[in-house]
Design a protein around this ligand. Structure first.
Ligand SMILES: Nc1nc2c(ncn2[C@@H]2O[C@H](COP(=O)(O)OP(=O)(O)OP(=O)(O)O)[C@@H](O)[C@H]2O)c(=O)[nH]1
Ligand SMILES: [Mg+2]
Length: 323
């Protein structure tokens, strides 16, 4: 039996089990999360995002080491990874991974979240609540791509790092995809390859065109070689500096409030949808409306309105029956 107190005590097995329950869409998660929620507002959440293969996992692996040197505990969640976390096995990089694996201050999990209630954003937020309640000081979330339609890492992370590689014209791509607006730290990884400086310059130029208020954070652009850790200390410091900056300027509170509101709306949408699906599965009236749409006896707009009103009536009846 999964116990809230075990999670609060930072028990890694319990944490892993609860994350699995999220992946399985287990109905018990809701009650557990409610209990954990008030304990989950301490962690600094960093989002690391970028195209497949740019080196996000390798970079996170190196970032963990830097944060550990500062005695900060770190949890990592790789969402829908296209390749195993850190490529540990693939790269023969096992030694390094093993060191993190035996480190009690580090917790690493991959998470498949497609097809779940509320999609990627809800599942990832739920997982972040667990890790935060477990007491991790830094939570790093790796996602592929940025600005995906169903999931925006900035709605969850306090600080977002966008990883690019040299010579791909990523700066321009970033502008096109609207990513430039969302990044707090830009990372040109694989800077052992040619044209890294040109990419840094390009990104800096793009950022300088961004309209910033005096109180806004000016995004940093950093070069890294994740494989050997070059520039990763500076990267860790840039994130921590951003964290401090947000706290000093009350930006953290503001961000939290916005994100909580979004989480609330997502849950409300899910709960509404659940009721709707229940109605659709069990209602003869619903099937009648469907028939009418197909025979053009009713237009889809009026039909949608009709179904909605029936769902409200259905919900009232459910409540009455329960009483
Ligand atoms: N040359 C060079 N290669 C790197 C660097 N960082 C990572 N790589 C390599 O790039 C490849 C992909 O690294 P990953 O860390 O798995 O990249 P990722 O972005 O997490 O990949 P996905 O999770 O599949 O999107 C691996 O072969 C790494 O060894 C770097 O700084 N320089
Ligand atoms: Mg990866």
């Amino acid at each position: 039996m999964l116990k809230v107190k075990d999670i609060l005590a930072g028990n890694q097995r319990s944490g892993a089990r609860m994350i699995r329950l999220i992946e399985d869409n287990d109905p018990n998660v809701f009650e557990l999360l409610k209990e954990l929620y008030s304990h989950a507002c301490h962690a600094f959440i960093i989002g690391i995002t970028g195209s497949p293969g740019v080196g996000k996992s390798t970079l996170i692996d190196a970032l963990i080491s830097e944060f550990r040197k500062l005695d900060l505990t770190v949890a990592v969640i790789a969402v829908d990874p296209t390749s195993p976390f850190s490529g540990g096995a693939i790269l023969g990089d096992r030694l390094r991974m093993q060191r993190h694996a035996t480190d009690k201050g580090v917790f690493i999990r991959s998470m498949a979240s497609r097809g779940q209630k509320g999609g990627l954003s809800r599942a990832t937020k739920d997982a972040a609540i667990i890790l935060d309640a477990m007491g991790y000081e830094i939570i790093i979330i790796e996602t592929v791509g940025a600005g995906q339609a169903d999931f925006d890492i900035t709605s969850l992370a306090h600080s977002t790092g966008i990883v690019t590689i040299p010579g791909t014209g990523d700066g321009i791509q970033a502008v096109k995809a609207g990513i430039l607006e969302t990044g707090d730290v830009f990372i040109v990884n694989k800077s052992d390859k040619p044209d890294a400086d040109a990419s840094v310059y390009e990104l800096q130029m793009m950022i300088s065109m961004r309209k910033l208020l005096e109180t806004d954070w000016t995004p940093r652009v950093l070069k890294t070689i994740a494989q050997n850790g070059t520039g990763v200390k500076e990267l860790a410091n840039a994130f921590l500096f951003h964290f401090d900056f947000m706290k000093k300027n009350s930006l953290m509170d503001q961000k939290r409030k916005e994100q909580e509101l979004l989480y609330f709306k997502t849950i409300l949408k899910d709960l509404t949808l659940e009721k709707l699906l229940l109605f659709m599965e069990t209602s003869e009236e619903y099937r009648e409306v469907l028939k009418k749409i197909q025979s053009c006896a009713i237009d889809p707009l009026s039909a949608a309105e009709l179904v909605f009103n029936k769902v409200c009536a259905f919900e009232k009846k459910l409540i009455k029956d329960e009483i």
